[in-house]
Design a protein around this ligand. Sequence first.
Ligand SMILES: *Cc1c(COP(=O)(O)O)cnc(C)c1O
Length: 226
Amino acid sequence: MIEQNLSMVKDNIAAACNKAGRRPDDITLIAVSKTKPVEQILEAYEHGQRDFGENRVQELLDKYDKLPGDIRWHLIGHLQTNKVKYIVDKVVLIHSVDSVKLAGQINAEAAKHNKIMDVLLEINVAAEESKFGFSMAETENAIVEISRMPHICVKGFMTVAPFVENSEEVRIYFKELHQFYVDMKCKSIDNISMSVLSMGMTGDYSVAIEEGSTMIRVGTGIFGTR
Ligand SMILES: *Cc1c(COP(=O)(O)O)cnc(C)c1O
Protein backbone atom coordinates (compact mmCIF):
# COMPACT_ATOMS: atom_id res chain seq x y z
CA MET A 1 0.00 0.00 0.00
CA ILE A 2 2.72 2.46 0.98
CA GLU A 3 4.61 1.65 -2.22
CA GLN A 4 1.54 2.36 -4.37
CA ASN A 5 0.75 5.51 -2.42
CA LEU A 6 4.28 6.80 -2.88
CA SER A 7 4.19 6.21 -6.59
CA MET A 8 0.78 7.85 -6.86
CA VAL A 9 2.05 10.94 -5.03
CA LYS A 10 5.05 11.04 -7.36
CA ASP A 11 2.78 10.80 -10.39
CA ASN A 12 0.72 13.69 -9.03
CA ILE A 13 3.89 15.72 -8.45
CA ALA A 14 4.92 15.07 -12.06
CA ALA A 15 1.49 16.07 -13.33
CA ALA A 16 1.43 19.31 -11.32
CA CYS A 17 4.97 20.13 -12.50
CA ASN A 18 3.99 19.44 -16.07
CA LYS A 19 1.02 21.76 -15.77
CA ALA A 20 3.16 24.52 -14.28
CA GLY A 21 6.23 24.05 -16.50
CA ARG A 22 8.40 22.99 -13.56
CA ARG A 23 10.79 20.08 -12.99
CA PRO A 24 9.84 17.26 -10.58
CA ASP A 25 13.47 17.28 -9.37
CA ASP A 26 12.85 20.70 -7.89
CA ILE A 27 10.24 19.35 -5.48
CA THR A 28 11.26 17.51 -2.31
CA LEU A 29 8.69 15.09 -0.97
CA ILE A 30 8.64 14.81 2.81
CA ALA A 31 6.79 11.78 4.13
CA VAL A 32 5.03 12.90 7.29
CA SER A 33 5.23 9.88 9.58
CA LYS A 34 3.74 11.28 12.81
CA THR A 35 1.74 8.67 14.77
CA LYS A 36 2.92 5.94 12.36
CA PRO A 37 5.08 3.03 13.56
CA VAL A 38 8.71 2.50 12.56
CA GLU A 39 7.72 -0.53 10.44
CA GLN A 40 5.75 1.71 8.11
CA ILE A 41 8.54 4.24 7.95
CA LEU A 42 10.95 1.45 7.03
CA GLU A 43 8.60 0.32 4.30
CA ALA A 44 8.68 3.78 2.74
CA TYR A 45 12.46 3.85 3.26
CA GLU A 46 12.86 0.58 1.41
CA HIS A 47 11.06 2.14 -1.52
CA GLY A 48 13.58 4.94 -1.64
CA GLN A 49 12.02 7.58 0.60
CA ARG A 50 14.63 9.45 2.67
CA ASP A 51 12.99 12.68 3.87
CA PHE A 52 10.61 12.20 6.79
CA GLY A 53 8.72 14.75 8.88
CA GLU A 54 7.61 14.58 12.50
CA ASN A 55 5.77 17.21 14.51
CA ARG A 56 6.74 16.15 18.04
CA VAL A 57 10.21 16.12 19.51
CA GLN A 58 9.77 13.05 21.72
CA GLU A 59 8.30 10.98 18.90
CA LEU A 60 11.10 12.03 16.56
CA LEU A 61 13.73 11.03 19.14
CA ASP A 62 12.14 7.60 19.71
CA LYS A 63 12.08 6.88 15.98
CA TYR A 64 15.49 8.40 15.31
CA ASP A 65 17.23 5.74 17.37
CA LYS A 66 15.43 2.87 15.67
CA LEU A 67 15.81 3.88 12.03
CA PRO A 68 18.64 4.10 9.46
CA GLY A 69 21.12 6.92 9.92
CA ASP A 70 20.77 8.29 6.39
CA ILE A 71 17.17 9.38 6.93
CA ARG A 72 16.80 13.15 6.67
CA TRP A 73 14.52 14.20 9.53
CA HIS A 74 12.45 17.37 9.34
CA LEU A 75 10.78 18.93 12.35
CA ILE A 76 7.49 20.36 11.08
CA GLY A 77 5.49 21.01 14.26
CA HIS A 78 5.51 23.73 16.90
CA LEU A 79 8.77 23.64 18.85
CA GLN A 80 9.14 24.73 22.47
CA THR A 81 12.39 26.48 23.34
CA ASN A 82 13.21 23.96 26.10
CA LYS A 83 13.15 21.09 23.58
CA VAL A 84 15.51 22.61 21.04
CA LYS A 85 18.56 21.01 22.65
CA TYR A 86 17.31 17.50 21.89
CA ILE A 87 17.03 17.93 18.15
CA VAL A 88 19.57 20.42 16.76
CA ASP A 89 22.03 17.62 16.04
CA LYS A 90 19.38 15.29 14.59
CA VAL A 91 17.29 17.19 12.06
CA VAL A 92 18.27 18.65 8.70
CA LEU A 93 15.65 21.38 8.72
CA ILE A 94 13.32 22.96 11.29
CA HIS A 95 10.24 24.17 9.39
CA SER A 96 8.42 25.74 12.28
CA VAL A 97 10.35 28.73 13.59
CA ASP A 98 7.54 31.00 14.76
CA SER A 99 9.31 33.53 17.00
CA VAL A 100 12.61 35.38 17.21
CA LYS A 101 13.01 33.96 20.71
CA LEU A 102 12.87 30.40 19.39
CA ALA A 103 15.40 31.30 16.70
CA GLY A 104 17.69 32.63 19.44
CA GLN A 105 17.48 29.35 21.31
CA ILE A 106 18.22 27.35 18.15
CA ASN A 107 21.20 29.61 17.50
CA ALA A 108 22.54 29.01 21.02
CA GLU A 109 22.14 25.22 20.86
CA ALA A 110 23.56 25.00 17.33
CA ALA A 111 26.60 26.95 18.52
CA LYS A 112 27.27 24.22 21.12
CA HIS A 113 27.39 21.68 18.31
CA ASN A 114 29.48 23.98 16.18
CA LYS A 115 26.95 23.83 13.38
CA ILE A 116 24.70 26.08 11.38
CA MET A 117 21.06 25.01 11.66
CA ASP A 118 18.90 25.46 8.58
CA VAL A 119 15.42 26.72 9.37
CA LEU A 120 12.24 27.96 7.75
CA LEU A 121 10.03 30.64 9.20
CA GLU A 122 6.46 29.49 9.63
CA ILE A 123 4.03 31.97 8.14
CA ASN A 124 0.38 32.12 9.13
CA VAL A 125 -0.78 33.15 5.65
CA ALA A 126 -4.48 33.34 6.37
CA ALA A 127 -3.98 34.96 9.81
CA GLU A 128 -5.88 32.16 11.54
CA GLU A 129 -6.25 32.55 15.33
CA SER A 130 -5.64 28.85 15.88
CA LYS A 131 -2.30 28.69 14.08
CA PHE A 132 1.29 29.40 14.98
CA GLY A 133 3.50 31.50 12.75
CA PHE A 134 4.52 35.00 11.83
CA SER A 135 2.17 37.30 10.00
CA MET A 136 3.59 38.46 6.68
CA ALA A 137 3.75 41.99 8.07
CA GLU A 138 6.14 41.03 10.88
CA THR A 139 8.28 38.62 8.88
CA GLU A 140 10.78 41.00 7.32
CA ASN A 141 11.83 42.45 10.69
CA ALA A 142 12.12 38.93 12.09
CA ILE A 143 14.36 37.87 9.19
CA VAL A 144 16.64 40.84 9.71
CA GLU A 145 16.97 40.03 13.43
CA ILE A 146 17.57 36.33 12.80
CA SER A 147 20.09 37.08 10.05
CA ARG A 148 22.42 38.39 12.78
CA MET A 149 22.51 34.98 14.47
CA PRO A 150 25.64 33.17 13.24
CA HIS A 151 24.49 29.59 13.87
CA ILE A 152 21.20 29.75 12.07
CA CYS A 153 20.43 30.05 8.38
CA VAL A 154 16.96 30.99 7.16
CA LYS A 155 16.31 28.97 4.00
CA GLY A 156 12.75 30.07 3.34
CA PHE A 157 9.18 29.76 4.54
CA MET A 158 6.70 27.12 5.60
CA THR A 159 2.95 27.40 5.80
CA VAL A 160 -0.03 25.27 6.70
CA ALA A 161 -2.95 26.51 4.61
CA PRO A 162 -6.47 26.67 6.04
CA PHE A 163 -8.35 23.39 5.95
CA VAL A 164 -10.87 23.49 3.11
CA GLU A 165 -12.88 20.99 1.07
CA ASN A 166 -11.78 22.33 -2.28
CA SER A 167 -8.04 22.97 -2.59
CA GLU A 168 -8.68 25.73 -5.15
CA GLU A 169 -9.74 27.88 -2.20
CA VAL A 170 -6.19 27.97 -0.83
CA ARG A 171 -4.49 28.77 -4.14
CA ILE A 172 -4.59 32.47 -3.28
CA TYR A 173 -2.61 31.90 -0.05
CA PHE A 174 0.05 29.85 -1.84
CA LYS A 175 0.30 32.50 -4.53
CA GLU A 176 0.65 35.23 -1.95
CA LEU A 177 3.36 33.42 0.02
CA HIS A 178 5.27 32.57 -3.16
CA GLN A 179 5.25 36.24 -4.17
CA PHE A 180 6.47 37.22 -0.71
CA TYR A 181 9.22 34.56 -0.93
CA VAL A 182 10.38 35.97 -4.28
CA ASP A 183 10.34 39.52 -2.87
CA MET A 184 12.45 38.46 0.13
CA LYS A 185 14.83 36.55 -2.11
CA CYS A 186 15.41 39.70 -4.17
CA LYS A 187 16.36 41.70 -1.09
CA SER A 188 19.46 39.51 -0.64
CA ILE A 189 19.70 39.97 3.12
CA ASP A 190 23.08 38.86 4.55
CA ASN A 191 23.20 35.22 5.72
CA ILE A 192 19.80 34.48 4.25
CA SER A 193 19.56 32.15 1.28
CA MET A 194 15.97 31.82 0.19
CA SER A 195 15.69 28.49 -1.60
CA VAL A 196 12.92 26.54 0.15
CA LEU A 197 9.18 27.08 0.13
CA SER A 198 7.53 24.35 2.21
CA MET A 199 3.85 24.35 1.34
CA GLY A 200 1.33 21.68 0.38
CA MET A 201 -0.06 18.68 2.30
CA THR A 202 -2.18 15.71 1.23
CA GLY A 203 -5.22 17.80 0.36
CA ASP A 204 -3.52 20.62 -1.47
CA TYR A 205 -0.03 19.71 -2.68
CA SER A 206 -0.85 19.81 -6.40
CA VAL A 207 -2.10 23.38 -6.12
CA ALA A 208 0.92 24.27 -3.95
CA ILE A 209 3.32 22.94 -6.60
CA GLU A 210 1.54 24.88 -9.32
CA GLU A 211 2.07 27.98 -7.19
CA GLY A 212 5.78 27.49 -6.61
CA SER A 213 6.25 25.17 -3.63
CA THR A 214 9.64 23.39 -3.43
CA MET A 215 8.82 21.04 -0.53
CA ILE A 216 5.58 19.24 0.14
CA ARG A 217 4.70 17.47 3.40
CA VAL A 218 2.49 14.48 2.78
CA GLY A 219 1.23 12.22 5.58
CA THR A 220 -2.19 10.73 4.88
CA GLY A 221 -1.50 10.43 1.16
CA ILE A 222 1.40 8.05 1.89
CA PHE A 223 0.60 6.29 5.16
CA GLY A 224 -3.20 6.45 5.18
CA THR A 225 -5.46 8.11 7.73
CA ARG A 226 -4.25 8.71 11.27
C1 LIG B 1 0.45 16.42 9.82
C2 LIG B 1 1.11 17.49 9.07
C3 LIG B 1 1.26 17.40 7.66
C4 LIG B 1 0.73 16.25 6.83
O1 LIG B 1 -0.68 16.27 6.80
P1 LIG B 1 -1.50 15.32 5.79
O2 LIG B 1 -2.76 16.07 5.58
O3 LIG B 1 -1.70 14.03 6.51
O4 LIG B 1 -0.71 15.17 4.55
C5 LIG B 1 1.94 18.43 7.02
N1 LIG B 1 2.43 19.48 7.70
C6 LIG B 1 2.30 19.62 9.03
C7 LIG B 1 2.88 20.81 9.71
C8 LIG B 1 1.64 18.62 9.75
O5 LIG B 1 1.51 18.76 11.09
